[in-house]
Design a protein around this ligand. Structure first.
Ligand SMILES: Cc1ncc(COP(=O)(O)O)c(C=O)c1O
Length: 401
């Protein structure tokens, strides 16, 4: 995509009632869902400016979720790469990924709106587990839609959701992955909008989700900037790097650093789902964004070892940040991701989620190419822990030997 001059809208600010980030975003939903989206936007605007809501959210994230998460200095990895690597440890939040930040926010909002039921889509299962957790915590019913392929590769997370009291519905249409789970969840929301909140898991979908989810994830970037400044004598890191599926952990961490240009922002997509670098603008799941599609506009299947990045699009604000040139969008392939997974395990004693390992894979490769200069400081958002991926990595490594 080409670079355009910034518009007057503040970088990573409020997109306003149209939900547009430049030309991207919007609300492309069936007429029957428009009132629900408008009701949700109004409820979120009201809650977000209500100190009582904000302090309840902060308290749950602190006392239940484990926030603030630390920033970890990686001594051995830094020495090996010749750069200073810092990790923002979202893997240490309750349920093991950044997804909890968003679902606690949406759960509290749904309760405030008088909804009794949460529905969600999930890919890797992390967002489903987080939503099932929030539903249990707030005493709500929970249904999670999950592509059949993902239910097989993330079997343990399906069981976790069931233990938490959720019903998991395997989706058998299309590629039977995340894209199809979102379709099914949107369909279910149309049919039950009166008492149900659709707890969407990333910065995608119709307005207000891309903005609302980014605001719920902004806590990552706000914390990280203060923590980095303390560690770096008031300075910001040279690079802030995060993996991107729909783009919520990247948007959350970028939001803390986007207002000035001292940190280069880099989002790493799966090579087989690189919506920004290989996609073209189009409409999917209620938003206008960068999507991988064929010349006739048919959405192509994303291909990645990591279920959480197996999505043919990306949130509209990312398409906009790419167009402005404020963030760079790159990709990492499956093999280098496995190497990065092993590297972090051996050097730092941390098993990252395969999704998060994409960010480290790019940092390693870019350092090797000199794109990240020796001595640079790099903050990687470690979006989740790798326990859910251990069995899959074992299969892959066994297959190699
Ligand atoms: C640990 C982890 N990181 C990243 C992602 C990708 O989502 P997003 O791009 O919205 O952060 C997922 C999705 O399931 C995930 O589980």
């Amino acid at each position: 995509m080409t670079t355009k001059t910034p518009t007057s809208q503040a970088i990573m600010g409020d997109p306003g009632p149209t939900g547009r980030f430049g030309e991207f975003g919007g609300r492309y939903v069936p007429e029957s869902l428009v009132p629900a989206c408008i009701e949700l936007e109004a409820a979120f605007r009201d809650a977000w400016t209500d100190p009582a809501f904000r302090s309840e959210l902060d308290a749950v994230l602190r006392d239940y979720g484990g926030r603030p998460t630390p920033v970890t200095e990686c001594g051995r990895l830094s020495e090996q790469l010749g750069i200073r690597v810092l990790l923002k440890r979202e893997d240490l939040t309750h349920t093991g990924s950044h997804k909890l930040n968003n679902v606690v926010g949406q759960g509290l909002l749904a309760r405030r709106m008088g909804k009794r039921k949460l529905i969600a889509e999930t890919g890797a299962g992390q967002h489903g587990v987080a939503t099932a957790t929030a539903a249990a915590l707030f005493g709500m019913e929970c249904i999670v839609y999950m592509g059949e392929v993902d239910t097989q590769r993330q079997e343990l997370n399906v069981f976790r959701m069931e233990l938490l009291g959720a019903t998991v519905v395997p989706v058998t249409s299309g590629s039977r992955t995340l894209k199809d789970a979102v379709n099914e969840a949107l369909r279910a929301w149309v049919a039950s909008v009166e008492d149900t909140h659709y707890c969407l898991g990333s910065v995608m979908g119709p307005h207000p989700y891309p903005w609302m989810v980014r605001e719920f994830q902004r806590v990552i970037g706000d914390e990280a900037r203060a923590q980095c400044r303390e560690l770096l004598g008031g300075a910001d890191p040279d690079f802030v790097v995060a993996c991107a599926g729909g783009g919520s952990n990247a948007a959350g961490v970028f939001a803390g650093f986007a207002d000035d240009t001292s940190s280069g922002l880099v989002a790493v997509e799966a090579a087989g789902g690189a919506a920004v670098t290989t996609g073209i603008p189009g409409v999917l799941h209620g938003m206008h964004s960068a999507l991988i599609q064929d010349e006739a506009g048919q959405i192509l299947e994303a291909e990645s070892i990591s279920a959480g990045l197996d999505y043919p699009g990306i949130g509209p604000e990312h398409a906009h940040l790419a167009e402005l040139g404020r963030a760079r969008y790159v990709s990492a392939g499956d093999d280098e991701v496995i190497e990065a997974f092993r590297l972090l395990a051996r050097t730092e004693g941390i098993l990252p989620a395969l999704e998060s390992a994409h960010a480290l894979a790019w940092v390693t490769a870019a350092t090797g190419r000199g794109e990240i200069a020796q001595g640079s400081t790099v903050l990687i958002n470690l979006s989740g822990r790798g326990d859910k991926d251990v069995a899959q990595v074992r299969e892959i490594l066994r297959g190699r030997s």
